[in-house]
Design a protein around this ligand. Structure first.
Ligand code: ADP
Length: 466
């Protein structure tokens, strides 16, 4: 993977380099064209055709064509190509100006454009600009000296040239700095984006771990109940098997009806143990993802079965589910986890209340417009008014250390909200707490919504065990 990454980066860099060489070649060729066109217009400036000047201009243009070709092919690189371009240009200019009247040549002012040209064409580089400055200065000195002018003319020419050159050098330097600043700002931006992506990744990972831990906490909370729940059927399965062994020891038992009843009871016990273990295994297994809709009635039954290991000894559990329920838009695992959380909270509340009243928990589900409404209520102590506003805050718990994490309801609300639903809590007027889940439906478009209250209710009651 890393090898592939570096290979791709290498390919990108090579493509960039090729593109930049092509741009430079085009620039050299454009200059060559301008120089050649300049030679065509020289009779206008010089008042007639000057063969020497024409020859110099065309040689200059040809040299630029050659330079462009060499740079484009990658055989010549900066700063050598820039310095060569400078040397060729200065030589051509000096010879051309000297041939057309030296200091009094109408082309003399072209000298002042050389550093500007270099600064514009190679702005990112210091060396070619300074080379052009010094080279032009030397050419001016030589031409002034050859034309026999005195020292004052030399100083005059040099002073104005130096001024233009300093402006060019300053412009090139400023451009270079701006380019550097822009590049480092770009790098900083890229780095900031990378860090942002990293922290987002860490956040998502931490969130997944948090959800995982909370699910395992629920499994842990169920564990004590599981031991008790498994022990119960295990006790009568063992007793029944012993009874059957004794019966058969003395030959075929007389009361075969009794034997059939004992066998049936034993089988029920084994099925119950099997069910508890399967449910727990499914619940504690990692989320496999995928299914985004769930059968609410099925999830309610599964959650009731799972929580029964905790609730059976504490309360009577009633379940009433309308027959017209549409599938809800939530993964079955999440809905079961939300419901088990609410049921365990109800069990904790009922256990802490320690009243003589017959404790009960009710699970209800029905359609409410385009939503599936699920209620989990108990007749425990209810939620104190001061606690109500903080109920869904992460890490808020009223349970003793080691018993509550304060994450259950926060996570439940998060799961439900992510699916576009809501989870609210209130106190029942008759005493106890009620949690209301509203889940959007995942009804297929073709299936029309059925009207509320028209479907029969599937009700089940599981009594509290002794
Ligand atoms: P935890 O169960 O770990 O405390 P939760 O987020 O599940 O965390 O619950 C937060 C708090 O909400 C509980 O500590 C409890 O005070 C309150 N609570 C939840 N369900 C009920 C209920 N059915 N009756 C009364 N209080 C409840």
């Amino acid at each position: 993977m890393a090898l592939l990454g570096s290979k791709t980066q290498g390919n990108d860099a090579a493509a960039d380099e090729r593109a930049s060489r092509q741009v430079k070649r085009r620039t050299y060729w454009l200059c060559a064209l301008l120089i050649a066109l300049g030679s065509l217009t020289h009779p206008l400036v010089l008042g007639g055709v000057r063969p020497v000047f024409l020859g110099v201009q065309l040689t200059w243009a040809a040299a630029f064509v050659l330079l462009g070709t060499l740079v484009g092919a990658g055989w010549l690189r900066n700063p050598v190509s820039g310095i060569l371009a400078g040397v060729v240009s200065l030589t051509a200019l000096s010879v051309g100006i000297q041939a057309t009247g030296g200091l009094s040549s109408p082309l003399y002012s072209s000298f002042f454009t050389v550093p500007l040209f270099v600064a514009v064409f190679i702005p990112g580089q210091r060396l070619p600009v300074w080379f052009a400055i010094v080279g032009t200065l030397v050419s001016v000195v030589v031409i002034t000296w050859m034309s026999g002018e005195g020292m004052s003319a030399l100083v005059r020419q040099s002073a104005s040239l130096v001024f233009v050159m300093l402006v060019s050098a300053h412009g090139a330097e400023t451009f270079r700095r701006l380019q550097g600043a822009e590049q480092s700002a770009h790098l900083e931006r890229v780095e900031a984006l990378r860090q942002l992506a990293d922290s987002e990744l860490r956040r998502v990972r931490a969130e997944r771990q948090r959800a995982e831990v909370e699910r395992l906490v629920v499994v842990g909370q169920l564990a004590a109940g599981v031991a008790h729940e498994v022990n119960n059927p295990l006790a009568y399965v063992t007793a029944n098997l012993r009874y059957l062994e004794e019966e058969w020891a003395e030959g075929v038992p007389a009361d075969l009806e009794d034997v059939r009843r004992v066998l049936e009871e034993t089988q029920q016990g084994v099925v119950r143990i099997q069910q508890i273990i399967t449910d727990l295994r499914l619940f504690s297994r990692e989320e496999s993802g995928g299914q985004e809709s769930c059968d609410v009635a099925e999830s309610l039954a599964e959650a009731q079965r799972l929580a029964s290991v905790r609730l059976r000894s504490l309360a009577r559990v009633e379940r009433s589910v309308a027959g017209d329920l549409a599938p809800a838009r939530l993964t079955p695992r999440h809905l079961v986890q939300v419901l088990v959380n609410l049921l365990i909270n109800a069990a904790d509340a009922l256990e802490s209340a320690k009243t003589n009243r017959a404790a009960f928990v009710v699970l209800r589900a029905r359609m409410e417009g385009e939503h599936v409404r699920v209620e989990v209520e108990d007749n425990g102590p209810g939620i104190p008014e001061a606690v109500l506003p903080r109920l869904f805050e992460p890490f808020f718990t009223t349970k003793p250390p080691g018993k509550g994490t304060g994450l259950g309801l926060a996570l439940c609300r998060e799961y439900v909200a992510r699916a576009g639903g809501t989870l609210e809590a209130e106190n029942r007027a008759e005493g106890g707490a009620r949690f209301i889940l509203r889940l959007p439906t995942a009804r297929p478009a073709s299936q029309p919504p059925r009207r509320e209250g028209t479907a029969p209710i599937d009700a089940s009651v599981e009594p509290a065990a002794d």
